[in-house]
Design a protein around this ligand. Structure first.
Ligand SMILES: Nc1nc2c(c(=O)[nH]1)N[C@H]1C(S)=C(S)[C@@H](COP(=O)(O)OP(=O)(O)OC[C@H]3O[C@@H](n4cnc5c(=O)[nH]c(N)nc54)[C@H](O)[C@@H]3O)O[C@H]1N2
Ligand SMILES: Nc1nc2c(c(=O)[nH]1)N[C@H]1C(S)=C(S)[C@@H](COP(=O)(O)OP(=O)(O)OC[C@H]3O[C@@H](n4cnc5c(=O)[nH]c(N)nc54)[C@H](O)[C@@H]3O)O[C@H]1N2
Ligand SMILES: [Mo]
Length: 700
């Protein structure tokens, strides 16, 4: 972009990567003397068109957090003490390479695990580095996010993901749908569809902003009972004559069995199981039946963060198949992930790139023995199991960890993660900030932010971009991809692509496409549209499943010995000691996991880690705004101030994650998971709430 004379300031274009993977919003940065002084939305960005959320608005404060790591650090004090000495990059790589090679010699390459937190842009290189080193144990935060929906879609329809065709939908089933807080780029399309007359049903225990903006019906199931509601809706649609007979006969596998099974889910039973009044179940079915095509929202977390998440997701998405709305305009359209978890509409080769050097004869990756569906489809360890294996040494020891952006407070039973990190022989963390997880490391390496690096990006509509740094990296920090390249060299890996660096890797990943990286780099502030005609994902309506149909009875699950129908299981057994349900993590508009809790502007919007409770429960328990309460689960207890609010459903408590002073994941039991996906059940944990006595906040 042209430099403008705003009192010596330059205006530069980049994007905000505070939430990932995207589409990331375009930003305009005002830069003075090599420092970013202001960030705002870029009106010319094709994906975000000037929109930027509360979090992005605080991007300057984020990248200049006072705890930015400026040099490689070596720990000199005990783990967690924060006592480090600065060292040079050369020293750091020499030490890492030496230790990792020694451990590989002693305990095998897979005793070293490689992990990525929420950020995704460097993942193909990290995964390949893990494999080229000889380890099978690459894993990521995706062990708790989105992948469960991929597993579900693969089991039902043989595709990785879908897109709700909002522009043509007659009715949207907004299940776990609160874009005003968690996906602001969807708001414009939603509002346009509403103006066009699209009906909207929200399924959310909370009365959210989205509900407040107006919907035709709001169903409020108790958290984790969604599967029963969806099966009840299936029954009501069948009884109302609202299913697509032609589709269920020719394009759906297992409809007969499904129909027989849902017969047990009468509106009255659904009311009993979920708390949604029987009349509302029928009302929802009528809205769907009379106003199709039906689009359904899918959530990468709230819908699948339950012990019964895979079954619930399938039961919900079954409604799209039986109404004939799957792979039809206005319904759910099969889609694909493009590069590093973002969607461009085309295919790249990042999976092949990462798989090319995968060891052929290693042990089973961590967690894979317990989660066969995960193992079959992902090629990664189920990272939630990593702490357990580090601590137990079973079935084989994991002694070292190289992590890019690890936050141990994201995992259930986060206390066990803290212990596991303490127990490692060697732990390297690459992060922008000296986080509590980084403080436990032997070496901390400084990564730079997206404003300080060049990055290849894809956006919907066959769009690509290769950004340039807006400012130089702070201190000695480096892009993750550069750190990985140098690590590959220090380890003397026999992998010419990886040791050649990011661009060489990208060229391999993009080699089937008409992309000229040099041309993209020459115009770093623009997105470019690739000249591609994408073949339909499911030609002739034939799905890539064993039967070629949408499988209500999943052949894949059956072959793996798992339940093939989306049968109902309660989220947890009833226990009078824990009569309420904790929802740990519904999104707050100004928080993003752990990374924004220390950003002053954003923290000021909600300074305390508050537990949201219903006004009814607050009255019953004698709790007022700010009163301290003991929140307990079978895993432990936490003292937190409460916020009584009309938004919350009676019987539920909401507390966001990642807070240092109130780490809710200490309350999520380590085994409270969906066995099929390995996902933690953060969003339906049995709990109790009581007034606190004289203890301090956060005390356990
Ligand atoms: N501001 C902000 N935005 C984010 C994030 C963030 O941390 N902050 N995180 C990003 C990430 S990593 C992800 S995975 C996505 C998650 O995206 P979503 O899953 O869409 O986000 P949530 O807000 O957790 O859930 C949406 C709604 O589901 C409701 N809900 C919770 N439990 C249940 C349940 O059991 N049943 C039903 N029917 N509804 C339920 C919540 O009340 C909430 O209003 O958001 C992304 N966007
Ligand atoms: N209770 C509860 N727990 C949850 C969830 C929930 O809903 N409830 N949600 C789960 C879900 S869906 C997700 S996605 C996870 C997310 O969980 P995390 O991965 O823990 O997400 P963050 O805390 O945002 O980021 C991790 C670290 O990455 C660092 N980082 C940021 N940018 C970069 C970069 O470019 N390079 C490097 N090397 N590091 C960087 C950050 O500083 C931070 O320390 O949490 C999961 N845990
Ligand atoms: Mo996520």
């Amino acid at each position: 972009m042209e430099k403008r004379g705003l009192g010596g300031e330059q205006l530069r274009r980049s994007f905000c990567d505070i939430c990932a993977p995207g589409p990331h919003c375009g930003v305009l940065c005002r830069v003075r003397d090599g420092a970013v002084v202001h960030v705002e939305g870029d009106p010319d960005h094709p994906a975000s068109q000037g929109r930027l959320c509360t979090r992005g608005r605080a991007m300057r404060q984020y990248i200049y957090r006072p705890d930015r790591v400026m040099t490689p650090l070596r720990r000199v004090g005990p783990r967690g003490s924060g006592d480090f000495e600065p060292i040079s990059w050369e020293e750091a790589f020499r030490e890492i390479a030496g230790r990792l090679k020694d451990l590989r010699g002693e305990s095998g390459a897979s005793s070293v695990a490689f992990y990525s937190g929420y950020n995704k842009w460097y993942r193909p290189m990290l995964q390949r580095l893990c494999h080229s080193f000889g380890s099978v144990n690459y894993g990521s935060e995706s062990s708790t996010c989105f992948t469960a929906t991929i597993l579900s879609w693969q089991a039902m329809a043989g595709v990785d993901c879908v897109r709700a065709d909002l522009a043509r939908a007659g009715v949207l089933l907004g299940w776990c749908f609160n874009p005003y807080h968690s996906a602001h780029l969807k708001i414009k399309g939603l509002e346009a569809a509403r103006r066009r007359g699209m009906k909207l049903i929200i399924v959310d225990p909370r009365a959210t902003v989205t509900v407040q903006q107006g919907c035709d019906l709001h169903l409020r199931p108790r958290p984790g009972t969604d599967g029963a509601l969806a099966l009840g809706l299936g029954r009501a649609l069948i009884h109302g004559g609202w299913i697509d007979r032609e589709t269920v006969e020719n394009r759906v596998h297992g409809f007969g069995e499904y129909a027989a099974y849902v017969e047990g889910f009468t509106p009255e039973r659904v009311e009993q199981l979920t708390g949604v009044p029987a009349g509302q179940v029928l009302q929802a079915a009528r809205l769907i039946g009379e106003h199709g095509p039906l689009a359904v929202n899918q959530s990468s977390s709230s819908m699948v963060h339950h012990t019964n998440g895979l079954g619930s997701h399938r039961a919900i998405m079954a409604l799209s198949a039986i109404t004939g709305s799957f792979d039809r305009p206005g319904g759910l359209l099969p889609d694909r992930l493009t590069y590093a978890h973002s969607r461009g509409g085309f295919a790249t080769r990042d999976h092949q790139f990462a798989a090319a050097t995968r060891p052929k004869d290693g042990p089973l990756p961590v967690g894979c023995a317990d989660h066969p569906l995960w193992h079959r489809l992902t090629g990664e360890m189920q990272a939630v199991d990593l702490a357990g294996q580090i601590l137990s040494g079973r079935p084989y020891p994991v002694r070292a960890l190289v992590a890019h952006g690890l936050n141990y407070r994201m995992f259930p039973d986060s206390g066990s993660w803290e212990r596991a990190l303490q127990a490692l022989d060697f732990y390297v963390d690459v992060d922008l900030f000296l986080t509590d997880s980084a403080r436990l490391a032997d070496l901390v390496l400084p990564a730079c932010s997206s404003l300080e690096r060049g990055e290849f990006k894809v956006y919907p509509g066959n769009r690509v971009q290769y950004t340039a740094p807006v400012i130089p990296p702070l201190g000695q920090s480096l892009p993750d991809t550069e750190i990985l390249t140098r690590l590959a060299r220090a380890l003397e890996l026999d992998d010419p692509l990886l040791t050649a660096g990011y661009d060489a890797c990208l060229k391999d990943i993009l080699r089937d496409l008409p992309v000229d990286l040099e041309a993209l780099k020459a115009q770093p502030e623009q997105t470019h549209v690739l000249d591609l005609t994408s073949a339909p994902l499911c030609p002739g309506g034939r799905l890539p499943t064993p039967t070629g149909k949408f499988e209500l009875r999943s052949t894949l699950l059956e072959r793996l010995g798992l339940e093939p129908l989306p049968v109902w299981k309660p989220p947890f057994p009833a226990d009078p000691a824990f009569p309420m349900t904790l929802v740990a993590g519904a999104r707050l508009p100004h928080a993003l996991h752990s990374r924004l809790h220390d950003v002053p502007w954003l923290r000021s919007l909600r300074p305390a880690a508050l537990a949201d409770v219903s006004r009814e429960d607050a009255r019953r328990l004698g709790l007022k705004e700010g009163d301290r309460a003991v929140l307990s689960t079978p895993a432990g207890e936490l003292i937190v101030p409460v916020h009584p609010t009309a938004r919350v459903l009676e019987g539920t408590v909401h507390l966001y994650h990642g807070y240092r002073e109130a780490d809710v994941n200490r309350l999520v039991p380590g085994d409270h998971r969906d066995p099929d996906t390995g996902f933690p059940a953060y969003d339906s944990v049995p709990c109790a709430l009581a007034r606190a006595g004289g203890e301090r906040d956060g005390e356990v």
